[in-house]
Design a protein around this ligand. Structure first.
Ligand code: F3S
Length: 395
């Protein structure tokens, strides 16, 4: 891979040890994937945050990296969700030791200049690249969103690569950064109208079929941005989709080369309904309903507030979101309405990497196909997959 003189100096440690280590990662990645050079990025989104997944070794690595305090992110960079509400873990019943370690991890990232936004929907709260920007994002659902809905360009980066890119401000030029790799290779005709959890079911079906390919959707009805984030998260979890196109919806659909695609699929209402059923692992009632995978938008919180207003919820209810979205939900009175009904708006937390298996829960109700896919394997708990209206039970 071609390196400029300054990049070579970075590799040689002339800009400090953290930058040298970061360049090592980027150059190795570029060499593996045949990148021609490094390209400037405008934004980074860094995963590898939960104590449940990176553990003590990850915490030590980050504290060591942040130790000299010399290198910090050189672009707008934000952090993925941890496994706890960083401020209100005690009130919400998260385990103490886990939450303390989790805060230390986030603090180390903070010292490296990664914003402690702690969300998988950074595009809702200030990390919003422009169309065609090169970026380095690592949370799979956010990668699908930023590539497909915004039209910025990233590969599915690992946490260390996105962190290295955030520090150096560059990423290797290969994969989805190049026009030729952004063409569709499967056309999906959906024969029925979709709403709510149908989008997750569709994403789950197609992710399995297309793997790391680029599907092109033709829908009967127009989705909103919440539907698109649900669809992308599901595509990225049952498959490894980084980019999809949707006719008359996503910004690159006209450049997707759909006329050259030979693989064509048709999806019926029956298949959507069957997949919705299959995503549940039990018919027991959930004891915790966990919404916000990917993290909830203000409109999604408003919808829940309207559903529960003036009622008492039987099961426990969490809506996971970022601190910024919750601050607005607080002002709008949505949080209060939800709390009065017995639910909670939970900040920062990813339900999949939270220690929910240690908190006494057995069955988790979700409206996210990504969560339905991961909760049984990552947490060892049963899931019920449905729309929020059908999950919440009232006294
Ligand atoms: Fe976000 Fe965790 Fe779901 S990172 S997309 S809440 S699995």
């Amino acid at each position: 891979m071609f390196l400029t003189k300054k990049e070579e100096q970075m590799c040689n440690g002339e800009f400090g040890e953290t930058i040298r280590k970061s360049m090592d990662i980027l150059v190795a990645l570029g060499d593996i994937y045949g990148a021609s050079k490094l390209v400037d990025i405008t934004s980074a989104q860094v995963s590898g945050v939960s104590y449940k997944t990176i553990g003590e070794a990850g915490l030590e690595y980050l504290e060591d990296l942040a130790g000299d305090g010399l290198a910090v992110a050189s672009v707008n960079a934000s952090l993925n969700p941890p496994g706890t509400d960083l401020d209100n873990w005690k009130e919400l019943g998260f385990p103490e030791e886990f939450s303390i370690k989790q805060n230390k991890i986030v603090d180390a990232y903070g010292k490296l200049g990664i914003s402690k936004t702690c969300t998988c929907t950074p595009y809702l709260v200030g990390n919003v690249p422009r169309f065609a920007d090169h970026v380095s994002w690592s949370e799979s659902s956010a990668v699908a969103y930023v590539n497909s809905v915004i039209g910025a360009r990233t590969n599915r980066e690992g946490g260390p690569a996105a962190l290295a890119a955030a520090i150096v401000g560059k990423t290797p030029l290969y994969g989805f950064h190049l026009d030729r790799n952004r063409k569709a290779n499967l056309v999906v005709n959906v024969n029925c109208e979709l709403s709510g959890a149908d989008f997750g079911a569709l994403g789950y079906i197609i992710g399995k079929v297309v793997g790391g390919g680029v599907p092109y959707f033709k829908l009967k009805n127009a989705p909103d941005n919440n539907d698109l984030k649900t669809l992308g998260a599901a595509l990225a979890s049952s498959g490894s989709v980084a980019l999809y196109h949707m006719e008359n919806v996503t910004p690159e659909h006209k450049q997707a080369g759909v006329e050259d695609v030979e693989d064509i699929m048709f999806i019926s209402e029956k298949e959507i309904l069957k997949t919705r059923e299959d995503l549940s692992t039990t018919d027991r009632q959930p004891d915790l309903i966990c919404l916000g995978c990917p993290h909830a938008s203000l409109e999604e919180i408003k919808k829940v507030a309207n559903i529960v207003q003036g009622k008492t919820i039987k099961n426990k209810l969490w809506i996971c979101t970022s601190v910024s979205v919750k601050a607005t939900a607080d002002r709008m009175g949505y949080t209060r309405t939800i709390e009065q009904a017995g639910g909670n708006v939970v900040c920062d937390t990813c339900m999949v990497v939270a220690p929910i298996e240690d908190m006494g829960f057995e069955v988790i109700g979700v409206n996210s196909a990504k969560a339905a896919n991961y909760v049984p394997s990552m947490c060892g708990l049963d899931v019920v997959y449905n729309d929020v209206e059908n999950l919440v039970q009232f006294e």
